[in-house]
Design a protein around this ligand. Structure first.
Ligand SMILES: CC(C)(COP(=O)(O)OP(=O)(O)OC[C@H]1O[C@@H](n2cnc3c(N)ncnc32)[C@H](O)[C@@H]1OP(=O)(O)O)[C@@H](O)C(=O)NCCC(=O)NCCS
Length: 188
C-alpha cells in the first residue's frame, strides 16, 4: 500500500494525522456541539483518547479499512476538523464521517473537505459507493451530503442509542457513475 497522501482544496489541506494533533482534537472535539450530533465522540472528551485514536490510523490505512485525514487551513495551518472513509473493500464501498471545529462552521469547509475525500475515494481508492448517515435532527449535515451530490435513501428509525434516547438516521449515498456524471458536468 502506498503512503497515505496529502490532498489539497482551494482553502484546505487534508493530511494524515500526526501525534501532536491530539491536543487539537481534544480541544475542538471536546465541545458539546460536536459530541451532540456524532455517534462515537464522548463528552466530556477524556484526555488520552485522541492520542490512542490517532495511533489506529496508520494500521487502518495500511490494511485498507480506513482513510482518516486531518483538515487544516492551508493558510496558517490551523487544524479545523476531521474527515474519514471507513472502507469495506470487498464491497467497494465506504462510509464518510466528519466534523468541523465549531468556530469554523458555515464557511463551506465541510463541503470542500468532504468533496475532496469523495473524489479521492472514487478516483484513487476505486470505490463504487460512498454512503453517509446523519442524525435526523442535524439538517446542516444533510445539506453537506446533498452538496456532495449524495441522494437520501431513507431513514433508519431509532437506529442508535445516544445517551438516554434513540437517534433516527438519514442515510445518503453516491455511486461512482453519479459522481462521474457530476464531474463531467463540471467540465473537470
Ligand atoms: C455538519 C458540519 C460538519 C457542517 O460543517 P460546515 O463546515 O458548517 O459545512 P458547510 O459550511 O460546508 O455547509 C453547511 C450547510 O448547512 C447549512 N445549515 C447550517 N445550519 C443549518 C440548519 N440548522 N438547518 C439547515 N441547514 C443548515 C448551511 O447553510 C450550509 O448550507 P449552504 O452552504 O447551502 O448555505 C458541522 O456542523 C459539524 O461538524 N457538526 C458537528 C459534528 C457533526 O454533526 N458531524 C457530522 C456527523 S454526520
Amino acid at each position: 500500500m502506498q503512503d497515505q497522501p496529502t490532498l489539497l482544496t482551494e482553502r484546505l489541506t487534508l493530511r494524515p494525522f500526526v501525534p501532536d494533533d491530539a491536543f487539537d482534537v481534544e480541544r475542538y472535539a471536546g465541545v458539546r456541539e460536536i459530541a451532540d450530533t456524532t455517534l462515537t465522540i464522548p463528552h466530556p472528551y477524556p484526555h488520552g483518547v485522541a492520542a490512542d485514536w490517532i495511533l489506529t490510523h496508520s494500521p487502518a490505512w495500511e490494511n485498507g479499512t480506513a482513510a482518516t485525514f486531518a483538515i487544516v487551513e492551508t493558510e496558517g495551518g490551523r487544524f479545523v476538523g476531521v474527515t474519514s472513509l471507513m472502507i469495506k473493500r470487498e464491497h467497494r464501498r465506504a462510509e464518510l464521517g466528519y466534523w468541523i471545529a465549531l468556530d469554523r462552521w458555515n464557511r463551506g469547509y465541510g463541503t470542500e473537505s468532504n468533496q475532496r475525500l469523495v473524489d479521492f475515494g472514487f478516483e484513487v481508492l476505486g470505490l463504487h459507493r460512498i454512503e453517509a448517515r446523519h442524525f435526523l435532527r442535524n439538517p446542516a449535515s444533510g445539506q453537506v451530503m446533498r452538496k456532495l451530490g449524495m441522494k437520501q435513501e431513507g431513514v433508519e428509525r431509532d437506529w442508535a442509542v445516544k445517551g438516554d434516547h434513540y437517534e433516527s438516521m438519514a442515510v445518503y449515498s453516491i455511486l461512482e457513475e453519479e459522481w462521474r456524471a457530476a464531474r463531467g458536468g463540471l467540465g473537470r
